[in-house]
Design a protein. Structure first.
Lengths: 242, 126
């Protein structure tokens, strides 16, 4: 074979090789295997009643025994069932301070109210959490002018957003002092507040059966106590993707 | 008259050029045909449940975060947590144990508690 012919043959083989290599590249791409790794994202906004003068959180008890007195600056909050001396707790957290803002389209996975317990009743009591639907202010609310009125056991327990139990007996959800209560999860309310389905006017907590002949009282730390480790909190966990 | 060797070289080039042109066209057709798109996969999370997220404090700062109610389907996943108060942030990660449950993630640096804290959680895997 002449040198020219060998050169042509070599050139042809190079061209053929290049052609084969080029053909292999799209072949590999077409059979590309992709494997997915699970990815789960959540975001939590924790609103804490600190400092004591913050206006982003409001907490105030109202007392039937002192119907015209405002307790918005008290260092403790309380809920009680007692004949003629019932107490209710009003709470509000400004969801708008969350940054980044919770999107209206977010899915609220869980909302938890956290209240620090300083005293428990000796009986296990059920506490109801109700969505408030009328305005109120921390420095003005009293038993007399509270959004739900002065009738006891109103609104009815069946309309509560959530309930939890508290007291020293075995079987009660919350049996200890100096810890935050568990079991108060107004998730549906926060969903409505965030989506715009309801106006955020906070919550009212009362004993499930007001008017007990034996006084049953739970005492909780108020924001005005100024203890960052005992301040009322609202923890909202949400997802921005379905 | 051109020498025979040169004619052969030109002939080989004439063959190679069309071959490359055809191959280039084929490559374009593959991509336009959506073959790569056909290989895509969807990414799903291990849970859509309501995880309980609580900050653990020391003094006036968050030092760790406890995430509870993790289902067994998240076992083996890496849980990464970041806590931010708008000024400073702390982050950490851990692996969700078998069976799920509750895990505590220690933050690399404490984050001062302010009126609002943002906690980002990402579960990667399993």
């Amino acid at each position: 074979m002449s040198s020219t012919a060998r050169g042509v043959a070599a050139l042809f083989l190079v061209a053929l090789g290049a052609a084969l290599i080029t053909r292999c590249v799209p072949g590999s791409a077409a059979s590309l295997n992709l494997t997915g790794q699970g990815l789960t994202e959540f975001r939590t906004c924790t609103i804490t009643a600190t400092p004591a003068v913050t206006t982003s959180v409001r907490d105030a008890s109202v007392r039937q025994g002192s119907p015209g007195t405002n307790f918005g600056t008290a260092t403790t909050d309380s809920i009680a069932s007692a004949s003629g001396a019932n107490r209710r707790l009003y709470l509000w957290f400004d969801l708008a301070i969350c940054s980044p803002a919770i999107p209206a389209s977010a899915t609220i996975r869980l909302a938890t109210l956290r209240l620090f317990v300083s005293a428990l009743p000796s009986a296990c009591r059920t506490i109801d959490v109700f969505r408030v639907t009328s305005p109120w202010t921390e420095p003005a609310i009293t038993w007399t002018n509270q959004p739900f009125g002065t009738a006891i056991n109103n609104p009815p327990s069946a309309s509560a957003t959530d309930t939890f139990t508290i007291g020293t007996p075995v079987g009660c959800q919350n049996r200890s002092t100096s810890v935050y209560v568990v079991g108060a999860n107004p998730t549906a309310d926060v969903s409505a507040y965030v989506s715009g389905g309801a106006t955020n006017l906070g919550w009212m907590l009362r004993d499930d059966v007001e008017g007990s002949s034996t006084a049953r009282t739970e005492t909780l730390s108020a924001k005005e106590l100024g203890s960052i480790l005992q301040a009322p909190q609202l923890v909202v966990t949400y997802a921005t993707t379905p | 008259m051109r020498p025979p060797g040169l004619r052969n070289v030109l002939l080989a080039i004439a063959v190679v050029v069309p071959v490359n042109a055809v191959l280039a066209a084929a490559t374009n057709l593959d991509l336009a045909g959506g073959r790569l798109g056909a290989a895509s996969v969807s990414i799903t999370g291990c849970t859509s449940a309501g995880l309980s997220v609580l900050s653990n404090s020391s003094g006036s700062s968050v030092v760790s975060v406890t995430v509870a109610s993790l289902p067994a389907s998240c076992a083996g996943a890496t849980l990464a947590v970041t806590v931010a108060n708008g000024i400073t942030m702390g982050s950490g990660s851990t692996t969700v144990p078998a069976g799920g449950g509750s895990v505590t993630v220690n933050l690399g640096s404490a984050t001062a508690i302010t009126t609002r804290l943002e906690t980002d959680l990402v579960l990667v895997g399993p």
